[in-house]
Ligand binder design. Structure first.
Ligand code: C2E
Ligand code: CA
Ligand code: CA
Length: 820
């Protein structure tokens, strides 16, 4: 089949072309279907049509220009644009022929024909094209001999190399590529209409001094793209094969390197524990790594957005639009539900645009991370930071923050916000006697009760150890708030079974109201705390409202807090002594030291206010040292000045906090030693409630003291929690009956019976009984009647200075008292 004829006959190409060319007055761009050579609206794909069909067009080019036409085509495929002046059969003038790869992605060629080739001469066009180097065109006989060489492939073949003419091109082809090359060559000879393309390695020339001729090769190879097509015929009428050659060696190596790095990238992307994806310019996901597929549970990852929570879709769509508009970073969190999952997972998607060299967006790469666990953790951390782990109530920090917001937003003088400060009574005892687990159990039980009592909108929080705070709005003023506090107290003190023990929890509640706009969380909490303190000081299970008096007492306490240390340092404390008397004779048989401090600013102070403050501020241990040495020195004074020749025990009061210090015993004995008295001269008075704890440090200390010969008195017996347990554990010398029992004795027969039994028991155990707070003769007589002979109280004497005590003892001696 003759190429010229076939193209013309089957496609009417020439006529159409001529028509086209004839219509041109200025350069114009046409997309041409190479089949028909007619302009087409939507250019067909290059891959589908070319290069085979290009051969038909080439058939219409005069034989001498066919090699140029095919080279031009090759060039366009590679570089996107190529131009050459071509003479078409029957055309009067050469046409400037341009091939443009107009739509790079779809691989469509457009042919541009121009009838205004003024700028270029035919040879100039060739030069323009071939001058770029790395491109040559070789004409080969059907027998494989080179007859013409245009252009050069540096290092492989050169137009000017005479040795090439007559040489075999096949001799240059790498043995491994030779088969494919020969198939292509034969294919062209078989079907003249078909161009063939292949990529083969050609041997490099030997270089300087390595001899002449195509046979001399250096043994190195370069990758060359070859396009073979049937060209003109020679004089003998044989079809010559034109072969367009382009050096793509650098390209191939670059691609290899790229492929290798892409492989590496893929391997990396597959193995990292982060979802990675790539999307095209239209946002369709075309690549996703293993983690991405695992997170989404999809094989077809392009559908991942279908998994998004309906509530999140708009936000994500907006974010994507904004991302496309601004070209910045896409950074969204979205909940997705992978197929077969019942729960939504939260994923974090980060993406950025990939830009082509010209700045246009060519795609998107991004990451997807499943942050559900981290999210849950954040929620938990945020919750933990603001809540108490034991009770689940809001904690102190959150309470203060919340109170601040409420005060700022809803201040109303008429219906003020109320703060209830709740402190459990005797919680420490529960903790100490039943253990911490029981303590925790009690706290959670009470927290539940508070929450049940609270109305919606009230805030219940755990303020500290055994302290709770309830914030309530619209309580209806002081009466309403106090009513609420009483309801809470009532609920709290309902019987509870903790660790198998029935108990009635008790608490003290202080109430403060935000009457003015100046109220802050700090002032309110301070006032409510002060009111709670006030309630507690009036006995367990009470409620108190913060008022001016409470505030001034709190202020005094605050002032005292600073002053008590100074007073101790300046040695301004003293002991006054309340004599302990023989109830039948009134004779002094001992005395109890009671802490006294008269201050210029604070006036006379009570140990009941000093001791708790000293415990809070940590001054208490210095106070222990002071107590022992003060009492010791006072005893020496008594012995010296009052001429005491009998055993005259002096009692000193020590709180549990004092006994609980690990260094207590050592300090106590050291202080006794320093003043030079006998250990048996002092009696340590410890409140009954503080002895309950079994095996505590305080108990250990007392045991150690007893071992050292110090006498122990159980103070305030019968004042509250009574257990005889400790009498069997502890070496108790005295039992001091609380003044509340004293008060009951004359009228309460039952109290008399209990005490009567106690006397028998104590006699048995060698424990002496001292009655406290005797104010009337009836009380004294009642004691005498049941066989209690020692006591103290205002009936006999208040606490007096050590000087007075000396005087009294002297007077006593002068009056001739005899031991009774
Ligand atoms: P306490 O050990 O029960 O001491 C007796 C308290 O009752 C004293 O109050 C005393 O003045 C008072 N009192 C004595 N006789 C009568 C009476 O007939 N009727 C009435 N109504 N009251 C009477 P004070 O001095 O205020 O001491 C209170 C508590 O402070 C003491 O109670 C004691 O537990 C503690 N305390 C006193 N001094 C010290 C101290 O130096 N160290 C420690 N840790 N605690 C001390
Ligand atoms: Ca006492
Ligand atoms: Ca007492």
């Amino acid at each position: 089949m003759e190429p010229q004829a076939s193209a013309g006959e089957r496609f009417g190409g020439m006529a159409a072309l001529e028509e086209l060319v004839g219509a041109l007055t200025r350069p114009r761009l046409y997309a041409v279907d190479p089949h028909t050579l007619l302009e087409v609206p939507a250019p067909p794909s290059l891959a589908a049509l070319l290069p085979e069909h290009f051969a038909f067009l080439v058939a219409d080019v005069v034989p001498g220009d066919q090699a140029l036409a095919i080279t031009c085509y090759d060039q366009a495929c590679r570089a996107g644009l190529a131009q050459v002046l071509l003479r078409f059969e029957g055309a009067e003038r050469p046409t400037l022929f341009t091939i443009a790869d107009v739509v790079e992605e779809t691989g469509v060629l457009a042919f541009i024909f121009s009838d205004d080739p003024d700028a270029l001469e035919p040879d100039g066009a060739v030069d323009l094209m071939l001058d770029e180097g790395g491109t040559a065109s070789v004409t080969i006989t059907p027998g494989g001999k080179i007859v013409e060489v245009y252009g050069s492939l540096p290092g492989v073949l050169d137009e000017g190399d005479p040795a090439l003419i007559g040489a075999s091109l096949a001799a240059l082809v790498h043995p491994d590529d030779l088969g494919e090359a020969l198939v292509a060559f034969a294919g062209v000879l078989h079907d003249h209409r078909m161009a063939r393309r292949l990529r083969a390695r050609l041997a490099t020339s030997a270089g300087e001094g390595a001899g002449e001729g195509a046979g001399e090769r250096a043994g190195q190879w370069r990758w060359i793209d070859c396009t073979l097509f049937a060209g003109r015929r020679d004089e003998a009428g044989e079809v010559l094969v034109s072969c367009s050659l382009t050096d793509v060696d650098a390209d191939v190596h670059a691609r290899e390197a790229l492929a290798e790095s892409e492989d590496r990238f893929r391997m990396l992307a597959e193995s990292i524990p982060l979802g990675v994806f790539g999307a095209d310019g239209a946002g369709r996901v075309h690549y996703a790594n293993r983690t991405f597929r695992e997170i989404t549970g999809l094989d077809n990852v392009g559908e991942w957005f279908d998994l998004a929570h309906p509530d999140d879709r708009d936000a994500v769509t907006d974010a994507i639009e904004e991302f496309e508009r601004s070209g910045g970073l896409l950074d969204v969190e979205v909940r997705i539900r992978p197929p077969g999952c019942f729960e939504y997972r939260t994923v974090h998607v980060l993406a950025r645009a990939v830009r082509a060299e010209d700045g246009s967006q060519s795609g998107v790469v991004g990451s997807m991370e499943d942050i559900s666990d981290r999210k849950a953790m954040q929620v938990r951390l945020a919750h933990d930071a603001s809540h108490d782990p034991l009770t689940g109530l809001t904690n102190r920090a959150q309470l203060v923050a919340d109170l601040e917001v409420r005060l700022a937003s809803s201040f109303s003088g008429r219906d003020p916000l109320a703060v209830l400060f709740i402190d459990l009574d005797g919680f420490k005892r529960v903790n100490d006697s039943l253990g911490h687990t029981a303590g925790d159990q009690l706290l959670t039980t009470l927290a539940d009760r508070l929450e049940t009592q609270a109305r919606t909108g009230d805030l219940v929080s755990r303020f500290g150890g055994d302290e709770f705070v309830v914030v309530a709005e619209q309580t209806g003023g002081p009466d309403g708030a106090l009513g609420m506090a009483h309801r809470m107290l009532h609920a709290l003190s309902a019987p509870a079974e903790i660790a198998g023990t029935q108990m009635r929890p008790r608490a003290s509640i202080g109430v403060a109201l935000a009457f003015d706009a100046e109220a802050t969380p700090e002032t309110l909490l301070r006032d409510a705390d002060a009111a709670m303190y006030e309630a507690k000081s009036r006995g367990p299970n009470g409620v108190w409202l913060a008022d001016a008096a409470v505030r001034s007492r709190a202020d005094r306490r605050f002032g005292l807090e600073g002053a008590i240390a100074d007073a101790l340092a300046a040695d301004r404390y003293r002991f006054d002594y309340q004599p302990i008397v023989d109830l039948s004779t009134g004779r002094y048989i001992g005395a109890e030291g009671l802490l006294r401090w008269d201050d210029e600013v604070f006036g006379s102070t009570s140990p009941n206010e000093i001791i708790p403050l000293a415990e809070e501020t940590g001054l208490i241990h210095q106070l222990t040292d002071w107590s022992v040495s003060r009492a010791g020195r006072d005893l020496r004074t008594l012995m010296g000045q009052a001429g005491l020749d009998r055993n005259f025990p002096l009692g000193i009061n020590l709180s549990c906090a004092q006994l609980s210090s690990p260094s207590f015993v050592q300090r106590y004995l050291a202080a006794i030693d320093a003043v030079g008295i006998e250990t048996s001269d002092l009696v340590v008075e410890v409140t009954e409630t503080e002895l309950v704890e079994d095996g505590s440090v305080a108990e250990q200390s007392l045991l150690a003291l007893a071992d050292a010969g110090i006498q122990v008195a159980v103070d305030d017996f019968g004042a509250g929690y009574s257990s005889f347990d400790y009498l069997t554990r502890m070496p108790v010398t005295y039992l001091k009956i609380d003044r509340r029992l004293t008060r009951a004795l004359p009228t309460n027969a039952r109290a008399r019976r209990v005490l009567g039994a106690l006397v028998t028991m104590c006699l048995d155990m060698g424990v002496a009984i001292v009655a406290e707070g005797i104010e009337t003769e009836a009380e004294r007589d009642a004691y005498l009647e049941i066989g209690i002979n020692a006591g103290q109280g205002f009936l006999f004497s208040r606490a007096i200075t050590v000087e007075r005590l000396v005087e009294d003892l002297r007077a006593e001696a002068g009056a001739g008292f005899t031991a009774g």
